[in-house]
Ligand binder design. Structure first.
Ligand SMILES: [Cu+2]
Length: 301
């Protein structure tokens, strides 16, 4: 009995030694790989130039987002599931396409890439804006419906309603979160660590509630207002690819703009009814096929 236990212990000890050896070996390999890849990373980080704001060498980008074609009828929503919401919105409609005259609201316009002098825009790092970007829940809607936020900028979700909401932030590149927020509850404060255009936000209590959060590496973005206007300030003089994103057309429209020092550059966008109608997108089907998202939608032109 004793000797068989002893043999077992010896065997166990030998096995553990082998295991330890194997772990040490593979760790050695991992270390080598880590060293290599972190070497690459630090080279990349080291090559980023912190951007120093210089108003004398900056301009702005301003424009209007238009809509052409037949304006889709607004889809009515029933909020009877929540008496607070229903009484706040006796005549509620979907907010996915907001057109006033021929102007389109809720379009996120942002710099995708470009050149500042002879340097790549992507070679700069931009300090995060200190002021929080706030997404409020008011009258059982998200306000604003589309919001831009910079990587590492404080992001705050507030509840102004006398009813409970549930903030479901369905991120892919960032940490998801899904959190209830009762009336009068403290703001939910977060930051996003990575650029991600665009993160859908839902409320589990009220299925009609939708917001979209665009997370950018830099502060050069704006959302078109009720009259389709947007303005991006403090842009380093340079030539850029701008993207105009709409929730019904997440491929976006791409345009080049050149910004001169001290001057406003104009960049107008126009979406067609056809583009926004595209069978798209209720948050699910196309997002499940990310590899197909851009080419497929690109063909709808
Ligand atoms: Cu809600």
């Amino acid at each position: 009995m004793h000797s068989s236990r002893a043999r077992f212990l010896v065997a166990l000890f030998a096995a553990l030694c082998l295991l330890a050896f194997a772990v040490a070996c593979s760790r050695g390999v991992d270390d080598a790989e880590d060293a290599e890849s972190s070497g690459d990373d630090s080279a990349e980080v080291a090559s980023l130039t912190p951007y120093k704001p210089n108003p004398a060498a900056e301009g702005s980008i301003a424009g209007t987002v238009s809509f052409s074609g037949a304006v889709p009828e607004k889809v009515p929503i029933s909020m009877t599931a929540d008496a607070v919401c229903a009484s706040a919105n006796p005549d509620a409609h979907a907010e996915d396409i907001v057109v006033n005259g021929d102007k389109l609201a809720n379009v996120l316009v942002y710099i995708k890439e470009g050149k500042v002098g002879d340097k790549n825009f992507g070679g700069f790092s931009f300090a995060p804006v200190a002021q929080a970007a706030t997404l409020d829940q008011k009258g059982c809607h998200y306000v604003p419906h589309v919001i831009g936020v910079q990587v590492n900028q404080p992001f705050s979700v507030t509840n102004s309603d006398p009813t409970a909401h549930n903030v479901n932030v369905d991120a892919r590149q960032n940490e998801k979160f899904n959190q209830g927020q009762s009336p009068g509850a403290a703001p939910i404060n977060k930051t996003f660590k990575r650029a991600e255009t665009v993160i859908p936000v839902k409320c589990n209590q009220h299925p009609w509630m939708r917001a979209y959060v665009g997370v950018l590496q830099h502060p050069f973005f704006a959302v078109s207002d009720a009259s389709g206007k947007f303005e991006i300030k403090g842009v380093p003089a340079g030539t850029y690819t701008l993207v105009a994103w709409h929730e019904k057309y997440p491929t976006g429209i791409t345009q080049t703009v050149t910004v001169g020092a001290g001057a406003p550059a104009a960049s107008d966008f126009s979406f067609t009814a056809e583009q926004l109608k595209a069978e798209n997108i209720e948050g699910g089907a196309l997002r499940a096929l990310p590899a197909l998202e851009f080419p497929m939608l690109g063909m709808h032109h």
